[in-house]
Design a binder for this molecule. Structure first.
Ligand code: HAM
Length: 417
């Protein structure tokens, strides 16, 4: 067989799963403490949801979606992110009638047909949160604080928080006009992607990384300098809240984010350790999205954190994640009668919360003991006819070599003493 996993996908192997479970455990606990409840959304949605939500002019919708027609002739898309599906779910399930804010989190796979490189995959995992119904900056501060706590709990250092404000639709309309007027005479000096963006979505030109575009953009007007009074006050509120919680930030007027739904607060956590794909996490406010999907006017804010990028960060900082418990006890059996007895004994031990293993390969006693060693079993016990009849055996501590006579039903307790 020469079939490989599709480009941009990867297997998460059992030893890595230990790390994933550990991190997911921390995330679950943190979200619980912050009052965010888990939501599970479908892997695919109607294509229109993302066209309207993420935005028709974005790279994601234009180039990166996995879209197909199902057998009923409907256009379906594998979710390229979580926000659009969560917003749909909020509206469809009448969550507007719950006490606000409604605070949700999710751990999902997402799919984007991207140029694959370090930290950029076609199937990737996102931990995200979304909070609905609160328009003041206090909730913006809260969700950034979740990330600050997560990185703190993991012991990660040097992940920088950059924030910006994209204003409301009014600020944006005025600003777009100023930006277009500034750029129009300079179009020849911009790269071809920016020329294309100039027609579709001029705001996106701001975060172009091309050197020649950077020179032109240096003197371009910045949205954060053109905010209306309400948006300004909101942005100041965010900054004050971050200072209040001792969360360091930097205002980066070039953050515009690659999705169309953002208003006011946008932010990114970036690190130098994950290469060119330095953004570990991105998020922001989307106060007009719920209405765009047919819901009542409701503000919203959230973030998406790339789990693969988080692991790259963990690895590059050399953090050690506690391993899974190894085998507690290996039960060695001699002969047919003992084998049946062993089958029952390991079931009982597992029922009492002991990680118990036995042989399944017809190994000799010596080979069973060797295998127990390979599994890292903390204890072994050997069961033969005598042990079955007397209901007693010798429990051996594999670390110290110490042996104790025990009755078979007392094994779980005797392992502790
Ligand atoms: P995003 O910036 O497109 O935002 O993605 C969020 C994070 O997902 C990125 O910062 C990155 O860590 C990870 N990510 C994105 N694309 C890839 C990829 N191809 N391979 C690996 N990791 C990737 C969103 O998705 C928004 N839904 C975030 C949000 C939630 N805004 C408000 N609420």
């Amino acid at each position: 067989m020469n079939i490989q996993a599709p480009k941009g996908t990867r297997d998460i192997l059992p030893l890595e799963i230990i790390k994933w479970r550990y991190i997911e455990g921390i995330i679950d606990k943190l979200c619980k403490y912050y009052g965010y409840r888990e939501l599970r959304i479908p892997v695919f949605e109607y294509t229109e949801l993302f066209q309207r939500g993420v935005g028709d002019t974005t790279d994601i919708v234009q180039k990166e979606m996995y879209t197909f027609e199902d057998k009923g002739g409907r256009s379906i898309t594998l979710r390229p992110e979580g926000t659009a599906g969560v917003v749909r779910s909020y509206i469809q399930n009448g969550m507007a009638s719950l006490p606000q804010p409604v605070k949700l989190y999710y751990n999902i796979t997402a799919y984007r047909y991207e140029n694959v490189q370090k930290g950029r995959y076609r199937e990737f995992n996102q931990f995200g949160v979304e909070a609905f119904g609160a328009d003041g900056p206090s909730i913006d501060v809260e969700i950034i604080s979740i990330l600050d706590d997560l990185f703190g709990k993991l012991g990660l250092k040097g992940i920088k928080l950059n924030i910006n404000s994209l204003g409301c639709s009014e600020c944006r309309k005025k600003y777009n006009k100023e930006l277009v007027d500034y750029l129009r005479p300079k179009l020849k000096g911009l790269c071809h992607i920016c020329n294309d963006r100039f027609e579709r979505n001029p705001l996106r030109i701001i975060d172009c990384k091309e050197k020649k575009c950077g020179i032109i953009l240096k003197d371009a007007p910045a949205l954060a300098d053109k905010l209306c009074d309400g948006c300004n006050e909101h942005f100041e509120g965010l900054k004050n809240g971050l200072v209040n919680l001792n969360i360091n930030y930097n205002v980066d007027k070039n953050i515009v984010r690659g999705l169309d739904y953002y208003t006011r607060t946008v932010f990114e956590f970036v690190s130098e350790n994950v290469g060119t794909q330095g953004t570990v996490c991105g998020g922001g406010r989307y106060d007009n999205l719920i209405v765009a999907f047919g819901g009542k006017p409701t503000p919203g804010i959230g973030f998406g954190l790339g789990m693969e990028r988080l692991f790259m960060e963990i690895d590059s900082q050399g953090l050690v994640i506690p391993g899974n418990a190894e085998t507690d006890i290996f039960v060695v059996s001699i002969g047919k009668k003992a084998e049946l007895y062993t089958q029952k004994l390991v079931k009982q031990l597992r029922g009492k919360g002991v990680i118990a293993e036995k042989d399944h390969m017809g190994r000799s006693v010596r080979a069973q003991l060797k295998y127990a060693n390979k599994l890292g079993a903390k204890y072994t016990v050997v069961i033969g006819d005598t042990e079955v009849e007397s209901n007693k055996a010798v429990l051996k501590d594999m670390n110290t070599g110490e042996e104790k006579d025990v009755s078979l039903d007392s094994i779980p307790e005797r392992m502790k003493t």
